[in-house]
Design a protein around this ligand. Structure first.
Ligand code: 5GP
Length: 188
């Protein structure tokens, strides 16, 4: 059987739903799946590496990139700007690599309009209380940021309806198995 390459997987989730950990596992599991490194104006967190987790840029640089048409999509999320480089995406498409984009619903919707062939996956937390517990537990954000993220999550969850697949991250291994099945099922 010949493997069909060049799939674009777009994964969205409210922050705290476990998306980043799940996506890291997927990248480790599928050797041909590449992670799209987004640009952001958000301050770098402890443990993050510039160029690996994100390209961290200031607002002026981000604005210049918007003006230059450098983004396939971009959005303001929790008060910071985030965008997917058009060049990164185009290179992946041209080379036939599978690529994984972890982006918010606004960005995903922009891509849906231009890249109907992409596979859109939404990861849901089991409930908002569990989401709060996870956000508090990871000790990366201030209280007001957590409240903003929970409010945003309640809004974002409404968007799940138009995604191709919904995965509930209640039990991590089960959610991971479902995501692997979605990727495998789309790749042949
Ligand atoms: P975090 O700051 O917690 O890493 O990410 C916050 C949100 O921004 C997450 O929902 C994440 O998916 C989203 N995000 C990350 N990169 C991009 C991007 O390139 N474009 C868009 N639209 N959202 C992004």
């Amino acid at each position: 059987m010949t493997r069909k390459k060049g799939n674009i997987f777009v994964i969205s989730a409210p922050s705290g739903a476990g998306k980043t950990t799940l996506c890291k596992e997927l990248i480790d599991f599928f050797p041909e799946l590449r992670h799209s490194v987004s640009y952001t104006t958000r301050p770098i967190r402890n443990g993050e590496v510039d160029g690996r987790d994100y390209h961290f840029v200031d607002q002026a640089t981000f604005d210049q990139m918007i003006a230059a048409g450098a983004f396939a999509e971009w959005a303001m999320v929790h008060g910071n700007s985030y965008g997917t480089s058009l060049q990164t995406l185009q290179q992946a498409i041209d080379s036939g690599s599978d690529i994984l984009l972890e982006i918010d619903c606004q960005g995903a919707m922009q891509l849906k309009k231009h890249l109907a062939e992409a596979i859109f996956v939404f990861i849901l937390p089991p409930n908002l209380e569990e989401l709060r517990r996870r956000l508090v537990g990871r000790h990366t954000d201030a209280d007001e940021v957590i409240e903003k993220r929970i409010y945003n999550a309640s809004e974002e969850i409404k968007e799940a309806a138009w995604y191709d697949h919904i995965v509930v991250n209640d039990q991590f291994n089960l959610a991971l198995a479902q995501l692997k099945a979605i990727i495998q099922g789309s790749s042949y």
